[in-house]
Design a protein around this ligand. Sequence first.
Ligand SMILES: Nc1ncnc2c1ncn2[C@@H]1O[C@H](COP(=O)(O)OP(=O)(O)OP(=O)(O)O)[C@@H](O)[C@H]1O
Ligand SMILES: Nc1ncnc2c1ncn2[C@@H]1O[C@H](COP(=O)(O)OP(=O)(O)OP(=O)(O)O)[C@@H](O)[C@H]1O
Ligand SMILES: [Mg+2]
Ligand SMILES: [Mg+2]
Lengths: 467, 467
Amino acid sequence: PVKFEQISPSEFFYRNRDIAGFSSPARSLYMSIRELVENSLDGAEAGRILPEILVELSQEKASDEEGGVNVFRLRVEDNGIGVPGDKIPLAFATVLYGSKYGYRQSRGTFGLGGTMALLYGQITTNKPATVISSTDGKTIHRYELMIDVVENKPRIISYQELKNPRGWRGTIVNFYLEADYTTSRPKILEYFRNTAIVNPHASITFVDSRGRLYHYPRVVEKVPEPPREAKPHPVGVDVETITRLIASASARSLAAFLQASFQKVGRKTALEVVEMAGLKPDMNVRKLTHEQVTALIDAFKRYGKFRPPDPSPLSPIGAEFLETGIRSLLKPDFIHVVSREPSSYGGHPVVVEAAIAYGGLIEPSETIHLYRFANKIPLLYDERADVSWKVVSEKIDWSNYKVPKIAPLAVFTSICSTKIPYKTVGKEAIADRPEIERELTIALRECARNLKAYLSRIEKREAREKR
Amino acid sequence: PVKFEQISPSEFFYRNRDIAGFSSPARSLYMSIRELVENSLDGAEAGRILPEILVELSQEKASDEEGGVNVFRLRVEDNGIGVPGDKIPLAFATVLYGSKYGYRQSRGTFGLGGTMALLYGQITTNKPATVISSTDGKTIHRYELMIDVVENKPRIISYQELKNPRGWRGTIVNFYLEADYTTSRPKILEYFRNTAIVNPHASITFVDSRGRLYHYPRVVEKVPEPPREAKPHPVGVDVETITRLIASASARSLAAFLQASFQKVGRKTALEVVEMAGLKPDMNVRKLTHEQVTALIDAFKRYGKFRPPDPSPLSPIGAEFLETGIRSLLKPDFIHVVSREPSSYGGHPVVVEAAIAYGGLIEPSETIHLYRFANKIPLLYDERADVSWKVVSEKIDWSNYKVPKIAPLAVFTSICSTKIPYKTVGKEAIADRPEIERELTIALRECARNLKAYLSRIEKREAREKR
Ligand SMILES: Nc1ncnc2c1ncn2[C@@H]1O[C@H](COP(=O)(O)OP(=O)(O)OP(=O)(O)O)[C@@H](O)[C@H]1O
Ligand SMILES: Nc1ncnc2c1ncn2[C@@H]1O[C@H](COP(=O)(O)OP(=O)(O)OP(=O)(O)O)[C@@H](O)[C@H]1O
Ligand SMILES: [Mg+2]
Ligand SMILES: [Mg+2]
């Protein structure tokens, strides 16, 4: 007899934690650190706060050898906006729960990351996690939590309200996990260093289990312009989205509904789309038949004259900050940065920024040093599956730009969007959506042309010096 | 003010359908076909039935050009075990619902695939799907379904009980989707052809939207030995699993619990593990403290003397069938097949089968033709991310085996397990778990040694003929 079951999303990601990136003790430590640091950066951004993030890693049991798989304690503290007391158990011990489901750029997107780190810790050590937070500088909420994996809900082991004499606001997450620091250390340090490059307003400190302190100081005192929530853009919108917008519409007439529900749709556009669908502007939008909704969506697809999306839900790195960050890291002899105008894919606004650096501290090599960023997160794995690698290795013929076979060449790509088309839940590679591939190609070719001019000048100068 | 939300798993996979493999109209057509065909093969296997599968694709709207993105109708019919009438809406219109969550090899594993295909169809065409099934040859249940994506539950548009004069049993899924057959056709045909190779007892017919019929006849009249449900193996079991086994244990004493809950744990093993944990064999397993459970898990990790897993939950292809299939496809001059003994990773039994073929119809090339299979499913995407590619390109030095730079060489790898460590929800690449990597390396080196002997004989014979 066949046994049918429904499983919860936490059960799904527990059984399939490889798919969420928690595949080995080394990789799981990397994922835990990055998920919590990205939550802290989002938390500061939401409150327009200059981020102060402290990451502490300590080895729980003394083991005979330093290295290998052991139980570690990981503690991440930030000065961000905090999590409301009644929301803490759900935010950290429930999968698919979060505040980043809107239409605005953020590092988080799935409602999974923080909970996955705690889940991994729980199933490898059997210990509860501690989450402490204050949103108002008055009340501090302190929870000890475990996750009921079968039901996808929190199990509150203890709760206390603490006094807050110093008016602290922020979030502290403290938990235990089986990890392998020796193996993942290089990637962890690279993650901090690259995060600091594209978040120059953040101050990050990492104290590792060997007692070493790594400090990445703030180099910019100004908070970047935060992304603003926007309405969906009509291009690429599907049946499900339209059906929901109709169901929650306050406007009654079809034309008014279109103008109110979408960005960049004015009266004229609304009338043209309605006419293209063979409908009337003053039809009651809630009384549209199934066929009429289908006709409306068809018209959306064929219209072709929608204005490009509003870039205010985005918050790119900025050409100036990207250049400063690359210069401090690589001290290149040449650098060129390009920041493209906003474009879109599937109804989501996208800004692509790119840079090429040459010489200085860059190690000459036959393969290009590629630094990838998505919504200001460094991507350090799955390089070959990423659209940036595809562009750098297939769309740019470097020999055309006078780049020798072995060259001190570094390429930086940054993609910012209300929805990054990640290929995996582990957020490591970006899918080759045609619009994004095109923007990257244009940006990198512009940088490469400038590189060619520089290399020509060097060539000429060296020729002159020989004579 | 920060807005917190819980989203359902269908909402999660709707927003992130790239992650489930439904990224473009061409890829979504491929995914829909494979998910339904894999469901049909599983359905036949569950009933020890020789599979008859009919796949029909037709273009819904006549378009001015044949090709490009259009609305298609996809219908898949099988003669398998069917789905019980009361379970049909949940099976096909609920995400994370299925019958393949047990401890036994099957193609399906997530409880997602069929529903994702229907979900993709629904959001691109706004049409309901039809599912027809009979489990007993008497009653036929016919549903028209849509998915409530926000709530992850079925919306039954209509239901009928139909007469069954011919005693038909099986399942029919019929739905509409926006697809691009022209682009995905080569991959679809390759999928059918490779599926037929490793499922020689299946009869598959594909009628495409151009009216062409592709038939893959049954070449073996015997149903393969089906996988049998087994208990979990103690190696690699984590806190969560142990905690649940304890909660549902009928045995009272700790030693009896261990023997009853795990495979390959007899009285002697149970006593040794209990002693290693510093516990007593007759302790009440339900009254174990948190620390005692942690000590028990530690003992599981350190014990090191558990017998290897029971292979009866597996159903490999079989060396004989693999050879027959490869011969019919490639007519090679040389072939060697290796079927490894069962091993395990993370508590799951694994059987690795591999083959090397040379000459015949194989196209000489500088890159190896790699054919990958997991639980008898062909994997056609993400080759470079797969453990088989890693072994073939990094662990085998082909020049050591007299293989020339340009060679007519084909490599086949098959991995069968109660849990395939897929890297993605789209089931295309397998993670490089050390045990699996090792098994593949050993199997392929054995095939390669035989290939070397063959190539040496050819070399000698050609040398003799020259003289
Ligand atoms: N340090 C923090 N400061 C403020 N809010 C936080 C912090 N950490 C977590 N949260 C809140 O908890 C929610 C859940 O976090 P979680 O990491 O699980 O998901 P997410 O960040 O929304 O998405 P993702 O899975 O992509 O990371 C967040 O949406 C946020 O509202
Ligand atoms: N053709 C079929 N014959 C018999 N049962 C079927 C068929 N198609 C679907 N089912 C049932 O519906 C369930 C859900 O199918 P679905 O494809 O969504 O998930 P799955 O096959 O369990 O896992 P996966 O997501 O890995 O495919 C299956 O577990 C199976 O019980
Ligand atoms: Mg997060
Ligand atoms: Mg399935």
